[in-house]
Design a protein around this ligand. Structure first.
Ligand SMILES: CC(C)(COP(=O)(O)OP(=O)(O)OC[C@H]1O[C@@H](n2cnc3c(N)ncnc32)[C@H](O)[C@@H]1OP(=O)(O)O)[C@@H](O)C(=O)NCCC(=O)NCCS
Length: 271
């Protein structure tokens, strides 16, 4: 693809000048030409409620073959995708997380994360430096992470998650507040809870729970030697991969060190 793009953005800046977002009503492919007369630029204005300043008609251009150079460029590429001007995987998005700031999205518009308490991260949540909580992530009080981690699922009350762990999209870690659960669960370092998995026991370091597998404390698990055990008896053991055998239907624990690729260095760098 040998493509460039451009557009006029409504740009929102935090009080310290950091750009928070760029909104393009009409992103375009190609380059602006003489017929694309620059629109009148209205004066910059402030939104004291959000603590931001807003500028309109900010001209942004992008070379889509190269990685995005800054947040304006990155937002332009995201708008091109949402406007279906380009197809997924046809635009260079390398390193996009490095140039996109973390932003609190409110009904009033973008806000610097330092200005808000995220609704899905409750007061009393313990979030270690380098923790990323995605949209569907949730962290209750008296629960949280102990090091850089990715949270796309739910960390219930009392649960602690070790450094380097990834709580995948929609994953659920059982808490003790309701439903009779009594085990206070911890997740070891470098564990991966697959998307839509569930966990009712503690995991030692370097464990994996297969996407979609709900492992409760009473789940009967087949061990590598063919023996069976309740999952709670394996609580806290390191280096296990839990999966539901798609042929037999039984839940298995496999002793195989995790090789799921670890956290994205871009997402967690310098946080
Ligand atoms: C469980 C999981 C980690 C296994 O992935 P993997 O280590 O890459 O393993 P593979 O898929 O390469 O499978 C290895 C072998 O086990 C087999 N296998 C995998 N899952 C199996 C299952 N549920 N039942 C039976 N066999 C299975 C494969 O067929 C393959 O067999 P082979 O060696 O004969 O070819 C993966 O399926 C998974 O669930 N990952 C979670 C990812 C995720 O959700 N991330 C969060 C995103 S938000």
């Amino acid at each position: 693809m040998d493509e460039s793009a451009w557009g006029y953005a409504v740009a929102t800046y935090a009080a310290d000048g950091v750009p928070l977002s760029f909104y393009f009503a009409e992103p375009r492919l190609g380059s602006p030409d003489a017929d694309d007369a620059a629109p009148a630029v209205p004066p910059e204005h402030q939104d004291p409620v959000r603590g931001v300043r807003i500028r309109s008609q900010v001209l942004v251009t992008a070379d889509l073959d190269l990685p995005p150079v800054d947040s304006a460029d990155a937002y332009l590429r995201l708008h091109l995708l949402s406007h279906r001007l380009v197809r997924p995987n046809t635009v260079n998005l390398d390193g996009i997380f490095k140039v996109l700031p973390n932003v609190g999205w409110t009904s009033l518009g973008p806000v610097a994360v330092s200005e808000i308490g995220a609704a899905r991260v409750r007061l009393g949540a313990h979030l270690a430096d380098g923790t990323t909580v995605m949209h569907e992530g949730f962290v209750n009080f008296n629960a949280g992470t102990l090091g850089p981690s990715m949270v796309e699922g739910r960390i219930s009350q009392g649960v602690v998650v070790g450094a380097g762990a990834d709580v995948g999209g929609g994953a659920s870690i059982m808490g003790t507040l309701s439903g009779g659960g009594t085990q206070v669960i911890s997740v070891g370092e470098r564990c991966l809870l697959g998307a839509n998995s569930g966990l009712g026991i503690s995991l030692g370091d370097d464990c994996i729970v297969e996407a979609g597998l709900y492992l409760t404390a009473g789940t009967i698990v087949t061990l590598p030697d063919g023996q069976r055990a309740k999952a709670r008896e394996l609580s806290g053991r390191a280096g296990l991969l839990f999966r539901r055998n798609s042929v037999t239907g039984s839940v298995e624990a496999i002793t195989r060190p995790g090789r799921w690729g670890s956290l994205s260095t871009d997402l967690h760098a310098g946080q």
